[in-house]
Design a protein around this ligand. Structure first.
Ligand SMILES: [Zn+2]
Length: 291
């Protein structure tokens, strides 16, 4: 028999161990203190590296410090070209309050979501390939793997395409379809994620695309088995822990910067490296729409 004493946590229940882990994360999982604009730019670079761009289509926005305003990227720049210094501050009517250029007119549906959801501080809208594949076959996302559980019971499906999202009708339809959830797949269109922070919206968006890809792969190989809802909910709350989400965001940001350095792309003076994904590139062609 071992002479070592039994570690004190061996007799603890799972609930207490989860609480202990979350407390340790609060105490020790520290991340850099970035400005809101730096976070938005980093999110653009991360989304680009994970193939969420589709030419000039897609937008990210984050509520500004002043009520009724939000930061977003300038139409004409790709996710990889967006920096903290070229973001625009706009109001809900898309009037530019700060910065040079114009916002994507499709940002109108962001205004509708912000109006309907006071809890939302950042919206990511992209056209990632595998989410779009589900959207054109009318298949809602199936969450059936542990990492993807952050999406469990949190992704709606808009079954009918309302057309380009530049009118108020589309804004109403999309914000209604999203409801109180963190994300929605928009039929024949793409993905919208609406969360309480830039970090959470970005990480959830990446997971949506990864889960969609997994679903498409798995459903061609066999029958997708459902998760126990109680365990899936437990994993949802665990994986969306604030400190874990922020740590994941900053890891993805460092990875995007490393990829840029590896490809010897120009590095902005005093700032983060331009992202790139030559290592991931598969030659997708340009899109025909920019919404
Ligand atoms: Zn779009």
């Amino acid at each position: 028999m071992s002479s070592e004493s039994t570690p004190s946590t061996f007799s603890m229940g799972k609930v207490d161990l989860v609480e202990l882990a979350n407390q340790r994360a609060k105490d020790h999982l520290k991340v850099p203190d970035l400005s809101l604009r730096d976070k938005v730019a980093a999110a653009c670079h991360i989304l680009f590296q994970h193939r969420h761009d589709s030419g000039l289509a897609g937008q990210i926005s984050a509520r500004g410090e002043q009520a009724g305003t939000y930061w977003t990227q300038c139409l004409g720049l790709g996710f990889d070209e967006t920096e903290a210094g070229n973001l625009l501050l706009v109001d809900a009517d898309l009037n530019v309050l700060e910065g040079d250029g114009m916002a994507n007119p499709a940002n109108r549906f962001h205004s509708w979501i912000y109006q309907a959801r006071p809890d939302v501080n950042c919206i990511v809208h992209t056209h990632p390939m595998h989410v779009c594949a589900l959207s054109i076959i009318g298949q809602p996302l199936v969450v059936a793997q542990m990492d993807a559980c952050m999406l469990f019971d949190d992704v709606e499906f808009l079954a009918d395409w309302p057309g380009i999202p530049v009118g108020n009708n589309e804004g109403e339809i999309i914000s209604r379809a999203l409801g109180a959830k963190r994300a929605a797949i928009l039929a024949h269109h793409g993905l919208v994620v609406a969360c309480s922070s830039v970090e959470e919206s970005c990480v959830v968006a990446l997971q949506c695309e990864r889960a969609a890809r997994m679903q498409l792969l798995a459903s061609h190989a066999g029958e997708v088995r459902q998760l126990d809802p109680a365990l899936a909910k437990e994993a949802h709350d665990w994986t969306l822990n604030k400190q874990r989400t922020e740590a994941a965001f900053h890891y993805f940001a460092r990875r995007a910067a490393r990829a840029a350095r590896a490809a010897d792309r120009p590095v902005r003076q005093g700032g983060s490296a331009r992202p790139c994904r030559e290592d991931l590139h598969d030659g997708w062609g340009p899109p025909s729409m920019q919404a």
